[in-house]
Design a protein around this ligand. Sequence first.
Ligand SMILES: NC(=O)c1ccc[n+]([C@@H]2O[C@H](COP(=O)([O-])OP(=O)(O)OC[C@H]3O[C@@H](n4cnc5c(N)ncnc54)[C@H](O)[C@@H]3O)[C@@H](O)[C@H]2O)c1
Ligand SMILES: O=C(O)C(=O)CC1(C(=O)O)C=CC(O)C=C1
Length: 362
Amino acid sequence: MTTITIYGVGLMGGSLALCFRGKPDLRVVGHSHSEASVKKYKERGVVDYATTSFEEAAAEADFIFVCVPVGMVEDYLNRLSKLPLKPGCVITDVGSTKASICRAADAMDWGSSYFIGGHPMAGSERSGVEAATPLLYENAFYVLTPGKHVPESVYESLVDLLRYTRAQIVRVEASQHDDIVGAISHLPHIIAVALVNQVAKYNESDPLYQNLAAGGFRDITRIAASEPVIWRDILLNNREVVLRLLSEWKGQMESFTALVESGSGEGIEEQFRQSREFRNQIPERRKGVLTSLFDLYVDVPDHPGIIGEITTSLGNERINLSNIQIIENRADVPGILRLSFRNEEDMDRAAKLLKPEYHVHA
Ligand SMILES: NC(=O)c1ccc[n+]([C@@H]2O[C@H](COP(=O)([O-])OP(=O)(O)OC[C@H]3O[C@@H](n4cnc5c(N)ncnc54)[C@H](O)[C@@H]3O)[C@@H](O)[C@H]2O)c1
Ligand SMILES: O=C(O)C(=O)CC1(C(=O)O)C=CC(O)C=C1
């Protein structure tokens, strides 16, 4: 029996627990310092056992996942490094920054256990165990940052366990990781929050702002609803990278200001041309919850029963749907329907069937 202990069974920890729970020869233990949370973990059935005792949670563990806010990770690792852990125990975390955590962990004496930094590139603006789902990591990249002293066999044992997440493991050096996530995750969160706060001010005097907010505003601001404590810790921890990016961002805004001020239509077009080219080459299929390799997107008109019509016509042709999701891109009405299939043949047949009536794209 392999025991997996999760400290902080929230969105990320709870989702990991749900990936491992009920799998052959795996036992999942959850830890929280709060009695109420321990009760909740048990009631929701996310773990096999839960405790408020830090020591008891670690005692039998073969793998430990530290899934608390970045600002707390070092403290948790420090406490763990001082416990009599099972020999060969692998400790990892899911913190959104890696350089300072890995540096701190490298300076700790792990005895016969090992630390490997981790960061799944999947998540949500929601938080807490209530938001946990075993599908969170599916098709996402999962970064691991093993230090030099971690034997390959130990690294492979963690990779092997993580196959239950159905994520794609990628090995990255910790400071390179922080540079990259600064640009593709931390800066976008700041921009989304600043934009929402700017619009919220206008909305105070004219609530029509909120009502007219459609696809553009919604697409760029979903993440502005993210958990404040989690993001406070991330931005402060990746301070230097974030400050450099913000300064470059100011430059971007100044360039745009100059283009608009000088009426340079050509310059504006060029900015959009460049960004469209890069944006369109990002492999859409790999990211997000519930994506599969065989997805079709169908623009559906807003009329009652439309989803039923589509699923019935697929059913009549015996085309198996593995998933269906409405992507809300217009206020309060279904816009794009994502249909997922288990194989290319089903996807192609569905596209052929739906094309005469709907706008279908892969
Ligand atoms: N939210 C995301 O999209 C995302 C994605 C990848 C990685 N991460 C990282 O995962 C970790 C957990 O984030 P989450 O989104 O699961 O958050 P969450 O709020 O859903 O869960 C945090 C967990 O940590 C526990 N905790 C322990 N000490 C705490 C303290 N002092 N303050 C607050 N909570 C404390 C909470 O009880 C909770 O169980 C963070 O390090 C975060 O950077 C988050
Ligand atoms: O999808 C979201 O809501 C996320 O914010 C996920 C996201 C991201 O920025 O992409 C957020 C933080 C991470 O550490 C990793 C992933």
